[in-house]
Design a protein around this ligand. Structure first.
Ligand SMILES: Nc1ncnc2c1ncn2[C@@H]1O[C@H](COP(=O)(O)OP(=O)(O)OP(=O)(O)O)[C@@H](O)[C@H]1O
Length: 259
């Protein structure tokens, strides 16, 4: 009998925060291969803190994070870099690089100490460029790109890193409606086509309801997680915002402004 695969990412009884304060606790969820999931919640509730904790940029305050069944803490930096890629909102350190150079940096966990790309590395970079349709932009400097184009480049770098898990912090900030939808649909198709598990923070709750396989609603209490339709059934979105300002319409999966 073959043993069933552990989830790509599994989180139980997790507490996150800083030495000065616990920001959120009782976080439980897991992601399987090929799933796209959003972390949503109001401003300042802890979405980015959670993402950084999952990416091992800051330590968990308690609980367990398992990557492919093994505790996050037991991975070395290099091992982790071949399992988890992290796309943060911070400005790109070197916008003076070309698109191609920045995407090639995704191969760092695999290159030798000189950072030379092998033929296999070049193939991965080429595939990432193709998937994000960046062929025409690859020789441009990153500072010459629009926010939407740069976001696609950063996703391509994560794709070139070829990890089972991709974590993204607010990948649709500063984008117009069309480009937000474009990025989220792209993430959905990457998850479907490559089997990668993709987790991103977002304020686009209505879009996440339509496009994601799972959602984690960080709410400061029980942090419900599951399929969007199940969360709607559980009335998880109803108390997200003050009811006298914004209400949730379960029949359309949309928020309504109270006039
Ligand atoms: N380095 C830090 N030290 C202490 N507290 C911090 C630190 N960084 C963030 N915080 C606090 O942690 C809380 C959660 O912040 P976080 O950025 O994770 O929220 P968020 O849900 O991503 O917010 P937003 O939707 O506004 O981006 C906030 O109260 C914030 O002030």
């Amino acid at each position: 009998m073959t043993k069933s695969q552990p989830p790509t990412l599994s989180v139980s009884n997790l507490s996150i925060g800083y030495t000065s304060a616990v920001i959120a606790e009782n976080i439980d969820f897991s992601l399987s291969e090929g799933e796209l999931a959003a972390i949503v919640g109001i401003n300042g509730i802890g979405k980015s803190t959670l993402l950084r904790t999952l990416g091992h940029v800051q330590p968990a305050l308690g609980g367990k994070i398992l990557i492919a069944g093994k505790p996050l803490k037991e991975y070395s930096h290099v091992q982790l870099a071949s399992r988890v890629s992290l796309v943060l909102t911070e400005p790109v350190a070197s916008k003076n690089m070309t698109v191609l150079e920045l995407i090639a940096l995704g191969r760092q966990p695999y290159t030798n100490w000189l950072g030379r790309l092998s033929a296999a590395d070049r193939t991965k970079v080429g595939e990432a460029i193709g998937m994000l349709e960046l062929e025409a932009l690859q020789h441009r400097k990153c500072f010459e790109l629009s926010d939407g184009q740069l976001q696609r480049v950063l996703i391509a770098r994560a794709l070139a890193q070829d990890t089972a898990i991709i974590l993204l912090d607010e990948p649709t900030t500063h984008l117009d409606l069309y480009h937000k939808v474009q990025i989220l649909k792209l993430l959905k198709s990457i998850a479907d086509q490559t089997g990668k598990s993709i987790l991103f923070t977002s304020h686009e709750i209505e879009m996440a309801i339509q496009l994601c396989d799972k959602m984690l609603l960080v709410n400061g209490t029980d942090n419900p997680f599951g399929q969007p339709c199940k969360l709607i059934e559980q009335r998880a979105f109803h108390d997200l915002f003050p009811a006298d300002t914004v209400s949730f319409d379960a029949s359309t999966g949309a928020f309504r402004i109270k006039k």
